[in-house]
Design a protein around this ligand. Structure first.
Ligand code: GLU
Length: 452
């Protein structure tokens, strides 16, 4: 088919999704990125033609929206909105995290659930895609307020999930503490001790390496990308954004492999530490997070030789590799231009959809090694899958065993992206590779299962 007709088909498809999902910019952004690479592929595959696969994949199988009332420490009643998007169960039970953040809305969770379908497929484990959350802001809340909120949230959610149906986990604002409270309430209401959530504490069915897994997986993926051009992590400089669980795992693994981390960031600005964020400074990230202030600036209270840049993002700092590990749309076209002008060779996404579409295209046009989060951050959910396996067989694997499986999975995802993303000149378009590789498995399962 002529290029012009292919573009037209993509545009027609996007217009339909746009009309059905008005006022959902994040969801549309994620769909556009997939459509641009998957529709040209579908056109070449006779068996996929006319099956409306992408049309079905962009329509959630089920969306649950519910009231979450709770009582704060002052005795006042608060009301939040809870969600669970059950996007696609063609290859396994819905699987994906829960996000508690004031920016949570239907569009954000639908984009995350849509990405999760492709990401989970890439892991090769039997997990469908889902996502959930609430517009609850854990910042500044007491432990008991967080517990009461989680209990109220799960009181409704427990009717819709289960180890064979839908297995949530953490995401922004949901860590070990929240997963514990959510699990406790599920068990209490359902009277079942099952692997219904992942990211659990080690005492009650959690997996070793799960806290580190997303970040470690990102760096394993980055290592594979660098090796395609004969380079290694050792000796490279890295800019990292965020200071949450993902950034922490990224920084830890970069240090283990001999790279130097120059930055981390928060909503308030970024930290530049010329000496490198290593040793006990890595644990300082955990302290920053535990403080509940959500301020990167507090880093310099402990390490005054570092510099803090208020209201800025770390993408103005010269580096070999950039790893956005904070949140969606944190790296725009101007940032991409800065990075490229400063000689970046690789951008490995650690957050979900941290780069805007025009930033992605700029990296691809400049032939930078660029990986989308759905491929490079899949180590988190992959290790959740390993946690589910351990729960099912009622055994716990050692750190070494889980880490080895994680690494093997990341190498496998990298290979799949390469196989589907390699272009004529040898450049690997990881966006195309991840979308097509993720799509194929789900599509095959959907075709086999009929029109459901
Ligand atoms: N929230 C994580 C993600 O974006 C992990 C999901 C999970 O472990 O189920 O992939």
């Amino acid at each position: 088919m002529e290029q012009q007709n292919v573009e037209q088909k993509i545009q027609e498809f996007v217009s339909i999704v746009e009309a059905r999902n008005p006022n959902e910019p994040e969801f549309l952004q994620a769909v556009k990125e997939v459509a641009a690479t998957v529709i040209p592929f579908i056109i070449t595959k006779k068996e996929y033609n006319g099956k409306k696969l992408l049309e079905r994949m962009t329509e959630a199988e089920r969306i649950i929206i519910f009231r979450v009332p709770w009582v704060d420490d002052k005795g006042e009643i608060q009301v939040n909105r809870g969600y669970r998007i059950q996007m696609n169960s063609a290859i396994g039970p819905y699987k994906g995290g829960i996000r508690f953040h004031p920016t949570v809305n239907l569009s954000v969770l639908k984009f995350l659930a849509f990405e999760q379908v492709f990401k989970n497929s890439l892991t090769t484990l039997p997990m469908g895609g889902g996502k959930g959350g609430a517009d609850f802001d854990p910042q500044g809340k007491s432990d008991m307020e967080v517990m009461r909120f989680c209990q109220s949230f799960m009181t409704e959610l427990c009717k819709h999930i289960g180890p064979e149906t839908d297995v949530p986990a953490g995401d922004i604002g949901v860590g070990a503490r929240e997963v514990g409270y959510l699990f406790g309430q599920y068990k209490r209401i359902r009277n079942e001790f099952t692997g219904v959530l992942t990211g659990k504490g080690l005492a009650y069915g959690g997996s070793l390496i799960r806290p580190e897994a997303t970040g470690y997986g990102v760096v394993y993926f980055c290592e594979q990308m660098l090796r395609t051009i004969g380079q290694e992590v050792a000796g490279k400089t890295f800019t990292v954004s965020g200071f949450g669980n993902v950034a922490w795992g990224v920084v830890k693994k970069i240090n283990q492999l001999g790279g130097k981390v120059l930055t981390i960031s928060g909503p308030d600005g970024y930290i530049y530490d010329e000496a490198g964020i290593s040793g006990d400074k890595i644990d300082a990230l955990l302290e920053l997070r535990a403080s509940g202030n959500n301020r990167a600036e507090d880093y310099i209270l402990k390490y005054p030789e570092a510099k803090f840049f208020a209201g800025k993002r770390p993408w103005e700092v010269k580096c070999d590799v950039a790893i956005p590990a904070a949140t969606q749309n944190e790296l725009n076209l101007d940032d991409a231009k800065n990075l490229v002008a400063n000689g970046v060779i690789c951008v490995t996404e650690a957050a979900n959809m941290p780069s805007t579409l025009d930033a992605i295209n700029y990296f691809l046009d400049n032939k930078i090694l660029f990986s989308p989060g759905k491929a490079s951050n899949a180590g988190g959910v992959a290790t959740s899958g390993l946690e589910m396996t351990q729960n099912s067989i009622r055994l716990n694997w050692s750190s070494e065993e889980v880490d080895a499986r994680l690494k093997e999975i990341m190498i496998g995802i990298h290979k799949a992206c390469r196989d589907y993303g390699k272009e004529g000149d040898g450049y690997v378009n990881y966006v195309k590779g991840a979308n097509i590789a993720g799509f194929v498995k789900v599509a095959e399962a959907m075709l086999a299962q009929g029109v459901v």
